[in-house]
Ligand binder design. Structure first.
Ligand code: ARG
Ligand code: ZN
Ligand code: CA
Length: 399
């Protein structure tokens, strides 16, 4: 379930500054310069939204006829990096390429992906399995109304429990009519679910490197959008009659391909052809919108909520050196300049070294130190934050 906490902070009277580098009991202490807040004069309510990061375990079934189609685990890992870049960091390589008109609509879904490390029977796995096949027709053939590739009895490989894993099939799709195919949440069954991709679209190395313009791992980003319930912007209908059911993506009378010159117009609005759910070339796909993210999260909660009980066991531990303290109407708030989620323990000490507050959080976007404005006397405080890989320390002044 998506947990949304709306925290309402009322006006308060406090203010604080941080000052120069300070030893902080022997730990590295960051210089955290913050201008004196201007909103202490604004008696307004501030709404802060925090959001859970979702993580998903992937199983790659790689079916190969020729040795070239037996892509390497390094290539699969390069794909996981791309997924994590576009689904879980809010600053990406594409940010500067997004046209200004659309920049503020861009959103970070907050989804992390990892390879499965435990198989359905509880045994260790690398999350990548290779299977020799003797005929490419299994790639897109239907037999008895079923996708052959997802059934062992039809020459394919059975899916792993789709309530616990996202199944990704990799195969040579020369005989199919698209590079990729995803099963929509509302079409999924216990026997058929997941995503099928051509072996040349995976990640950024190996067979992908000479597969321009589909060489940046974005086919799976697009297909993952479908897997979580997103549609093409045109709604796959012509004459502006289609609907992707996302209010902040403009209507389109058609799909864009290649790499169109900006701007393009359709249905009386500027077209967002550079969206991930467009059909343009990899270098020209750049972002998901806020309401596409809302739609994915809503649909996951409705149709794919079981996956949320089986998150990645090994989560990347985010270093804390990009955490900064800001002041919001007298509350101290910790934010990550990288905008991805992070986990940490928190300890607040007063100048005498007395511990006055302690907390731990996992996968948060921001952290507000509760009630500081009510509780603390004016003076200097030290905030230590640490996790498995790093620590950071802030000297805070409350006046
Ligand atoms: N044709 C595929 C689909 O509609 C995906 C196309 C992905 N495009 C890309 N530039 N990688 O699902
Ligand atoms: Zn598509
Ligand atoms: Ca729309």
């Amino acid at each position: 379930m998506q947990i949304k906490k709306i925290l309402v902070f009322l006006f308060s009277f406090l203010n604080f500054f941080t000052s120069e580098n300070f030893p902080c009991y022997g730990q590295r202490c960051s210089v955290n310069s913050i201008n004196q807040s201007t909103h202490t004069n604004t008696p307004a309510s501030i709404y802060l939204q925090t959001r859970n990061t979702y993580s998903f375990r992937l199983i790659f079934h790689i079916l190969y006829l020729n040795p070239e189609e037996k892509i390497s685990s390094a290539q699969v890992n390069s794909q996981i990096e791309i997924l994590n870049e576009f689904f879980s960091s809010s600053t990406t390589n594409e940010d500067l390429n997004i046209p200004k008109t659309f920049r503020s609509l861009k959103s970070n879904p907050g989804f992390q992906f990892c390879l499965a490390d435990i198989d359905p029977n509880g045994n260790p796995t690398t999350g990548i399995h290779w299977f020799p096949i003797n005929n490419l027709s299994v790639a897109c053939q239907m037999q008895f109304g079923k996708r052959s590739i997802m059934h062992k009895t039809l020459g394919g490989v059975d899916i792993w429990d789709p309530k616990r894993y996202i199944n990704i099939y990799i195969v040579n799709r020369d005989q199919c009519n698209a590079l990729g195919e995803a099963i929509f949440p509302w079409d999924a069954t216990t026997e058929e679910d997941g995503i099928i991709l051509d072996y040349r679209t995976i990640g950024t190395i190996g067979t992908a490197s000479n597969n321009q313009p589909f060489h940046q791992g974005k086919t799976l980003v697009h297909e993952m959008g479908h897997y979580f319930g997103l549609l093409h912007l045109s709604g796959d209908r012509s004459n502006c009659n289609g609907e992707d059911s996302v209010a902040d993506t403009p209507s389109q009378s058609l799909e864009y391909f290649g790499c169109p010159e900006y701007p393009q117009w359709s249905c009386n609005s500027e077209s967002m052809f550079m969206n991930f759910m467009s059909l343009v070339d990899d270098p020209c796909m750049q972002f998901f919108t806020k309401l596409q993210v809302t739609r994915m999260r809503t649909i996951i909660a409705r149709d794919r909520s079981d996956l949320l009980n089986h998150s990645c066991s090994i989560k990347p531990v985010i270093p804390l050196d990009k955490i900064r303290v800001t002041e919001l109407d007298g509350f101290w708030q910790l934010i990550n300049l990288e905008h991805n989620s992070w986990s940490a323990h928190f300890e607040l000490y007063d100048i005498s070294g007395k511990l006055i507050w302690l907390d731990s959080e996992e996968n948060i976007i921001s952290k507000t130190i509760p009630g500081i404005n009510m509780l603390l006397n004016p003076g200097i405080y030290f905030l230590n934050i640490y996790n498995k890989t790093s620590k950071n320390c802030f000297k805070l002044l409350k006046n």
